[in-house]
Design a protein around this ligand. Structure first.
Ligand code: ASP
Length: 377
């Protein structure tokens, strides 16, 4: 079982999720450093990994994202096409309020979507930001990569491009649920309508967090996204990230998800990394690029991810972003896959519900995300 093997590996390293602290992880990096680089050491074991929602939602069908992507990839479909077909399940499923149709909207109640994808062997990438009206922004990002000389199209231009590529444009991507949640947020924040803009933004954030605390919004869906990365038996590495971004964001806000090096990065000689969580923290550090560089240096995916988390901690200095212990008051997650098929999910904070999705020849599973600072509920 994939699960058993990975748990054994974790335990062998003394790194069961939720029990290790930063010091233990530092030791792990040191011990790995003497090993041969992962990219040169092992025969590729095909694998697809994703954020946890990649092995939960089925949109009424029979397969999850990682299951579909792994099946298609091992049947011979191009890796990126397989990954995009996988994330389309989550984009189209209204139950996932962090991605695509039914994603939580911006402060004006409009669902705007960000995505990017990257093809390792072709060395091509495409992205869209603040796209309205198309349930599957990952497909539009793929078209940007395939059909244009550019990487990133945003807003109205992205929508016009999508229309011209044959996508139908919908007026509203809210589901009943996302609209109800937005209405509730609006009702609570509008009672403070005459605040100055800074206070108003703070109230908006506080109310969002209240709704998370009350169980109305899944903590992973206030921020929330799907990142999905895969490698096939030939060692072709690709990745895709797609999101509705931060709930109730200022209209026009684009996060890390469509930005190469931040929400996603792929290098066919090393591996792939992608992210969910606080996009601004990731953008300031271009963490997915950093992780792939660490893979290239030979670090294990877990240690490469931890190196990026440490960089984020070092660069988080504003008091408003820190908790009482001086640690980041937010979470960022990374999903890291090496060219040889080794993988890890890491975050600033792990916890019993924090999992990442995996599909290999042994089947699909949800595995623990390891927290740099251990667990936080
Ligand atoms: N990283 C995404 C953003 O900041 C949201 C998320 O993954 O939760 O837009």
């Amino acid at each position: 079982m994939t699960n058993a093997i990975n748990r054994r590996q974790l335990l062998a390293g003394g790194l069961a999720a939720g029990t290790m602290g930063a010091g233990v992880l530092a030791g792990s990096s040191a011990s790995r450093a003497v090993q041969a680089p992962a990219v040169h050491s092992a025969k590729t074991k095909p694998a697809v990994i994703a954020s946890g929602n990649g092995n939960i939602y089925k949109n009424g069908g029979t397969e999850t994202c990682v299951e579909r992507a792994f099946r298609l990839m091992t049947e011979g479909t191009d890796v990126l096409e397989a990954l995009i077909a996988g994330v389309n399940i989550v984009e189209e499923d209204p139950e996932d309020t962090s991605v695509g149709f039914g994603g939580l909207p911006d402060a004006d109640g409009r669902v705007t979507l960000d995505s990017c994808c990257m093809h390792g062997p072709k060395k091509r990438a495409g992205g869209v930001g603040a796209l309205k009206g198309v349930r599957t922004p990952s497909k539009v990002a793929h078209m940007v990569a395939e059909q244009t000389d550019h990487h990133l199209l945003v807003g109205e231009g992205a929508q016009t491009f999508a229309r011209n590529m044959g996508f139908s444009i919908e007026d509203d991507l809210n589901s009943t649920r996302s609209r109800q949640l937005w209405l509730e947020w609006k009702r609570r924040t509008d009672s403070r309508h005459y605040l100055n803009p800074a206070e108003r933004a703070a109230v908006g954030h506080t109310v969002g967090l209240q709704m998370v605390a009350e169980g109305k919004i899944d903590p992973d869906h206030y921020y929330g996204t799907i990142n999905c990365n895969g490698v096939n038996a030939a060692g072709d590495v690709c990745g895709v990230t797609t999101t509705s971004g931060l709930a109730w964001k200022i209209p026009g806000r684009v996060g890390d998800s469509p930005i190469l090096g931040a929400g996603l990065y792929v290098d066919n000689t090393a591996g792939a990394a992608g992210s969910t969580g606080r996009g601004e923290a990731n953008l300031y550090n271009l963490a997915s690029f950093l992780i792939v560089e660490k893979l290239r240096e030979g670090l294990h995916p877990k240690d490469a991810g931890i190196a990026a988390l440490r960089r984020i901690v070092e660069n988080t200095v504003e008091r408003r972003l820190l908790d009482e212990a001086g640690r980041p008051a937010f979470n960022v997650n990374f999903y890291v896959l090496s060219k040889s098929g080794e993988h890890a999910g890491v975050a600033l904070y792990g916890g019993p519900t924090r999992r990442y999705a995996v599909a290999t020849e042994a089947g699909s599973d949800l595995l623990p995300i390891e927290g740099l600072f251990g667990d936080r509920t």
